[in-house]
Structures are given as structure tokens and as C-alpha cells.
Design a binder for this molecule. Structure first.
Ligand SMILES: [Zn+2]
Length: 122
């Protein structure tokens, strides 16, 4: 750890003791780890955009109570089957051919695409 006893974790938005269990498992979220500032900033920006996208997508598909921790990569993701099930039910209900709202229909497709793309590999 090169003498660093704590580091700032961008997943939890606070510092961890490097030697603690949480610190060891969150070492990959260490904001101070990368020597290249621009690479770090690009990574953080991408991380927050993806996190916000995932949260919005969960809301649209009706998973308002879902909390993923650490954000995006952590545990708490709804089951893949449950996501697809809700997607199919919402698409049916909001289909423009059945009198549904076209914008809502597009949002539902956007949301399921975000959750398919950014779900961490199991
Ligand atoms: Zn953390």
C-alpha cells in the first residue's frame, strides 16, 4: 500500500482503512491508485454516468426500492429474469399499437437496454 493507511473509495464516497476487509475488497475503487489524473477523471465520469443511468433504468422498470452497493458493480441487482419479465409486461401495457404512449414505450426499451448492458458479469 506504499505507506497509505486509508484511501478514498469512489463507490462508497468515503475513506476506507486499506487493511480492513472492506478496504481490501474495495481496493479497485481507490481514487488515489491511478497515477494518471485524466484517466482517473474519465473513469469516474463514466462510472457516475453509468450509475445514474442504471438508477434511472431501475426506476422506469419499477424497481424503485432496489439499492445496489457498491453502486453499479455491487450486489442487489434484480434477477435477470425479473428484469425481462417486467420489461415484457410494461412493453405490452404501453405499446403504441394498443394506445400506449410512444415516449414511455421508448423509455422502457432504453431502460432494459441499460440494465442488460451494465449488469456486472456473474
Ligand atoms: Zn468502498
Amino acid at each position: 500500500m506504499a505507506g497509505r493507511e486509508t484511501f478514498f473509495c469512489y463507490a462508497c464516497n468515503r475513506r476506507h482503512e486499506a487493511a480492513s476487509a472492506t478496504g481490501r475488497s474495495h481496493a479497485r475503487y481507490d481514487i488515489d491508485a491511478d497515477a494518471s489524473t485524466s484517466a482517473v477523471q474519465a473513469h469516474i465520469r463514466e462510472f457516475y454516468l453509468q450509475t445514474k443511468g442504471v438508477q434511472a433504468a431501475l426506476r422506469i422498470l419499477g424497481f424503485a426500492d432496489v439499492r445496489i452497493h457498491p453502486p453499479r458493480f455491487g450486489s442487489g441487482w434484480p434477477q435477470r429474469e425479473e428484469v425481462e419479465h417486467r420489461f415484457r409486461a410494461l412493453v405490452k401495457r404501453h405499446h403504441p399499437d394498443a394506445g400506449g404512449d410512444a415516449d414511455e414505450f421508448r423509455r422502457i426499451h432504453w431502460a432494459v437496454e441499460i440494465l442488460r448492458r451494465y449488469r456486472p458479469r456473474e
